[in-house]
Write a protein that binds this ligand. Sequence first.
Ligand SMILES: Cc1cc2nc3c(=O)[nH]c(=O)nc-3n(C[C@H](O)[C@H](O)[C@H](O)COP(=O)(O)OP(=O)(O)OC[C@H]3O[C@@H](n4cnc5c(N)ncnc54)[C@H](O)[C@@H]3O)c2cc1C
Ligand code: SF4
Ligand code: SF4
Length: 413
Amino acid sequence: MNGLCIGCGLCRSMAGTGEIDMVMTPEGRERPVAKRPLDRPTLMRINAVCPGTRIAGPPPAQLREARLADPVWGPVERLVLGRAADSTVRFIGSGGGTLTALGQLLLNSGRVKFVLHVAASRAEPMRTERRLSFDAASVLEGAGSRYGPAATLVDFNDIIDRGEPFALIAKPCDITAVRNLARLDPRVDRYMRYALAFVCGGASDLTKSEQVLQRFGLREDELALFRYRGHGNPGPNRIETMDGRAFEIGYRQLWEDEDKWMIQPRCKICPDAIGQVADIAVSDAWLNGGPAVEDEPLNGIIVRTKRGLELFDAAVEAGVLQIKRETDIAEIRELQSHQVRKRRAVWARLKGIQIAGKPVPFVSDLALRACASQNSLAENLAEGRGARDRARRGRLGEPPVRPRKTLVKDGRS
Ligand SMILES: Cc1cc2nc3c(=O)[nH]c(=O)nc-3n(C[C@H](O)[C@H](O)[C@H](O)COP(=O)(O)OP(=O)(O)OC[C@H]3O[C@@H](n4cnc5c(N)ncnc54)[C@H](O)[C@@H]3O)c2cc1C
Ligand code: SF4
Ligand code: SF4
């Protein structure tokens, strides 16, 4: 996949039982490996849905009819700063618990039968697994950001086969994948009633988490808990061992050195990390993209579709969400300045990668050229040349997929 895979797992689900395994690579990425060559029709279907090869934005009609439409921020029906009304949800939630509160409302109101999202693995708490939540308590268990690999769609076809209404809470690229599938399989739109995303700065490799363990001299098989954040806004990265020890580092300590973020290659050229394809996209609301220390529980809430607006209004009406105040594109631009920089950079980065002779995804309806035109020529040239050179050096690609030799539990491969 040349660095375009994000490990969503949808191809595994589409290939049918036992044809593809998701493996953990030495780099700490979950990647698909076919056990035997796939037949051509299956390969073609996978290529049509994979969010590494095809990234479509919202339908043009949605953009035309939206209350607000911005080249960088896409379609917007409502833009507020808000949070979960329930104090437990907003404390445990990643920022202000908005996504968890919405998931709980969807279940409690009977709008959906279950919520597809992710949660920490119970057996291996540093790993992340897809979760089907049928009640509010289970949605809460999945609250918080899981920065490492998360194959949300690993059995998505089985989920559609259930024939029951559900909601998806996931990364924007997961939603891109599912929207791609909806063009082939009408059951997706029939059963997936809501798609809620968080605004996403990128998924880190598992090796990033393993470095945290190394800092404390811990092995993965000792862990009872590995929480990236939540229990505050942002809350600490907290680790607990089965023998009762606890370790914490702050959010700023975890992410202070950008060279050590270990973000997956696909994220560096992500054309829609702001969830234009979601019904509602939820972000942090920290000035300049980072928390002061521990901030008040709060989210940016970008309602994108009419369906999302109806849900948002119902959540406010039911007292599930609290609005702090209305906001606007200018403020969101300030709060998410790194996302603005990325949206403006992606067009030139993709050109640079193409010039280096490497494959790029097919991107449509995401106004990449319009975003790039907000940069100066010099900025675009710098982005394009930088991406070209990194692609030539292999830094935007990935080595051929191979599983780690042993099941790594101690942070060393
Ligand atoms: C990898 C990553 C990068 C992020 N980058 C940014 C950023 O650049 N800017 C920004 O404003 N916010 C970013 N966030 C989002 C932010 O951390 C909050 O998740 C978001 O603001 C929603 O907050 P909340 O309190 O409503 O979430 P919660 O109520 O805690 O709900 C979070 C939901 O997201 C699901 N989830 C968590 N991790 C994953 C995952 N890896 N894959 C699929 N689903 C997942 C959980 O299952 C849960 O249902 C990022 C989150 C992640 C996981
Ligand atoms: S991005 Fe998803 S669908 Fe595409 S190859 Fe990777 S795991 Fe498979
Ligand atoms: S940055 Fe884009 S590709 Fe990377 S995890 Fe987030 S949504 Fe997916």
